[in-house]
Design a protein around this ligand. Structure first.
Ligand code: ADP
Ligand code: MG
Length: 441
């Protein structure tokens, strides 16, 4: 068997049986086989990014022997693994089960975490740390805005670690809880217990570390906690809403320590990731959602994942009140009306949409509402009709009025673009960008 693709195909089938789905998808899926030459086999991972280097280091350290032995089973040869970068430049303690239950949410797992371009480094780094703690990225510092999945990820590390390392001690805490417990310990003279609790764990997960910055005493104590754990070779994971360097009042020595490992950011999800998240959240719902409704939510709620979940909950609550299990567009629009009106956005009208689409396609003002049917105008017009339908509470008839067209023309245009959107990632991006522009003041 000489063909590298055939060899790699067989190797991956074996690896799939031996690894968890999440680990397989994170580390093995991005790999491209390159060649078998002499006594070595070369594989490539996407280069030019932190995610790529993380991927490479996981392959050559943690997964080397597993991959090499699968290769040996498949080829009968003992080949040495060589990993290169693709030149594309793109890119609790078990003795206290009650405490464990009360601090880690069992729903926050890697399996339930949808990976997109916005969070793939943070997810891969978290999984690496959960699989091989204190190996390379210590501390792991995850940062990003509110509602983007930091608590989910840091707890996923805890849930994963507990499951695979029974008997090890982990502690999930927040900087506020740490501060509160420290103050209580000082008052009640139980400093020693406080120290033991924080300095004898195998894995420390500290959520929302930005709040530590305002408390000098807590910073001092945490500095010593950090050092004690670090020197004992224990893994530390921190989350924050901003980079250490951008955290006011954080002492320089803590800044330095927080930056010693890997800084991994989480950005707001793009349209595709929002869709995937929504779909995963409604998968087990009793209610049936039309694709159109999921798209409506993904198009309108763009801020963060918490708001996406909030929107879904509202829709479900409305469906409950109306005693229906099929969710209509009207119901979804009604449910989201209030939330949308509290979000900072301009008053979107069909004219705003027409303006933005014309601008985007460099068309003279008013072109979309003319009778012209040439493709350079008809196509943007169809896009504008589609965006009007998905972002506004408008009927086909009223959209038609704005474009001087009848109801069925609009319906066909919307149908056509909707189909294209499912097949064309570039078009999805264009529409995402247009919707963002439309909502911006
Ligand atoms: P943060 O701590 O960054 O403010 P959370 O981790 O509390 O955000 O996330 C808010 C909600 O969104 C949680 O219910 C979480 O499960 C969900 N969530 C965030 N990111 C994702 C994702 N990528 N996939 C699935 N659910 C997510
Ligand atoms: Mg959080």
């Amino acid at each position: 068997m000489e063909n590298i693709n055939i060899i790699w195909g067989n190797v991956t089938r074996q690896l799939q049986d031996e690894m968890s789905t999440v680990a397989f998808d994170t580390w093995i899926k991005p790999v491209k086989p390159v060649e078998v030459a002499g006594s070595s086999i070369t594989l490539c991972v996407p280069g030019g990014s932190q995610k790529g280097s993380l991927n490479k280091s996981m392959l050559v350290t943690k997964y080397r022997s597993l991959i090499e032995s699968s290769i040996e089973t498949v080829t009968g040869k003992n080949l040495e693994l060589d990993v290169c970068f693709e030149n594309d430049n793109s890119s609790k303690a078990l003795d206290d089960p009650i405490k464990y239950e009360s601090t880690l949410n069992p729903k926050y797992t890697f399996e339930n975490f949808i990976v997109g371009n916005n969070n793939n480094l943070a997810q891969a780094a978290s999984l690496a740390v959960a699989e091989s703690p204190a190996h390379k990225y210590n501390p792991l510092f995850i940062y990003g805005g509110s509602g983007l999945g930091k608590t989910h990820l840091i707890q996923a590390i805890g849930n994963y670690y507990i499951k695979n390392n029974p008997g090890k001690r982990i502690l999930y805490t927040t900087s506020e809880k740490f501060t509160y417990e420290l103050v209580t310990a000082i008052r009640e003279k139980t400093n020693q217990e406080f120290r033991n609790k924080h300095r004898t764990v195998d894995l420390l997960l500290m959520d929302d570390v930005q709040f530590l910055a305002t408390k000098e005493l807590a910073q001092e104590e945490f500095f010593h906690t950090f050092n004690a754990l670090y020197e004992a070779g224990k893994q530390i994971v921190l989350t924050s809403d901003r980079l250490p360097s951008e955290t006011p009042h954080l002492t320089d020595r803590l800044k330095t320590r927080f930056q010693m490992g890997l800084l991994a950011d989480i950005q707001p999800p793009d349209y595709e990731t929002r869709l995937a998240i929504l779909k995963s959240k409604i998968e087990n719902e009793y209610f049936t959602f039309d694709e159109e409704i999921v798209e409506y939510v993904a198009n309108n709620i763009t801020s963060n994942v918490r708001d996406l979940e909030g929107a879904l909950k509202r829709i479900l609550a409305y469906a409950g009140i109306e005693r229906t299990n099929t969710i209509s567009m009207e119901l979804a629009q009604k449910a989201l009306k209030e939330i949308l009106s509290t979000l900072p956005q301009r008053n979107i009208t069909i004219n705003v949409i027409i303006d933005e689409v014309e601008k985007y396609y460099h068309l003279p003002k008013g072109s979309l509402i003319t009778k012209k049917r040439s493709n350079d105008i008809a196509y943007p017009r169809h896009i504008a009709m589609y965006i009007s339908r998905i972002t506004l509470d408008s009927s086909y008839g009223s959209i038609g009025d704005a474009f001087n067209r009848d109801h069925s023309t609009v319906m066909n245009a919307v149908k056509k673009i909707k189909k294209m959107v499912t097949e064309d990632a570039e078009l999805r991006e264009i529409i995402d960008e247009l919707v963002t522009n439309i909502k911006k003041d």
